[in-house]
Design a protein around this ligand. Sequence first.
Ligand code: F6P
Length: 324
Amino acid sequence: MQRIGVMTSGGDAPGMNANVRAVVRTGVSRGVQVFGIRDGFAGLISDEIIPMTSQSVGGIIGKGGTILGTARCEEFRDPAGRAKAAQTLRKHGIEGIVVCGGDGSFRGAHLLWKEHNIPVICTPGTIDNDLAGTDYTIGFDTAVNTALEAIDRIRDTAEAHRRTFIVEVMGRHSGFIALATAIGGGADAVLVPEIPPDIPRIISMVERRFAAGKRFSLIVVAEGVVIDDFPGAGSVAHILKKHGLDCRVSIIGHQQRGGAPTALDREFASLLGKEAVEELLRGGTNKMAGIVGKRVEFCDLEYSWREKKPIDMEVYRFISEAAI
Ligand code: F6P
């Protein structure tokens, strides 16, 4: 392979730049020409391809966002869109691509390979950590640390006012961010999309804590939790208020997607980028590079979204049962 492409796709995640940097540097060191694809699959359709060198990725390892840009591309869901994308790659003589993104991006990459025989290797880039075949996804660690900083501040004001706070973190379909934020932030309860919420238990926990002289309670809720058709932290607040419990809601939101990546995100994103290129050059395709233990391992791309990665029930029980 003489020419490869790299793109970031779907929701951005801190560490994507470190991943792109490693792809470019590894490619260059193997004598391969590397091309950046702007704005994910959208840039493939609209032919936004830029040649990249070691200089183009200088100084980006500590930057949040993605220098290539990213998008959620509707047109790529259509076979005609994918045909245009394949045509762009052929036009530039690009023989294989590395795609950093989440499950939606992986499905797109898989179809590009299946329908147009374009070799694809993916790296897990999503703050949600909801991909099977990897312990970790790029951006998750930074997102959790950002949420923790917020929760530490919220605790101060909650304690000052003797209040209950319901803190909403990201995770439309998964509770990994919520669980890690809850255990690290010392929350008294956590609600995740994977487990039906036990509202009576939460109400009695808040009441018991105040009766025991505690000045605050913290409840972490993943955005994907739905109660009586209402999503997220607001639904929990509504119920607590109906029971006469004073509470406030804080939604951390997209702050979790930005900011400088942590050491862990930089390290793993770099390793994954390097190994992805090596695999592409070995002739591999339709695979995801993941972190298992502390090492890079590959799995079939379909496995990453077909298999449901389970949340850690021991952590969930510890948070829910240990609160007084
Ligand atoms: O997939 C990452 C993620 O941040 C989810 O946690 C969140 O639900 C979603 O993206 C938000 O996407 P958007 O920024 O497109 O609204």
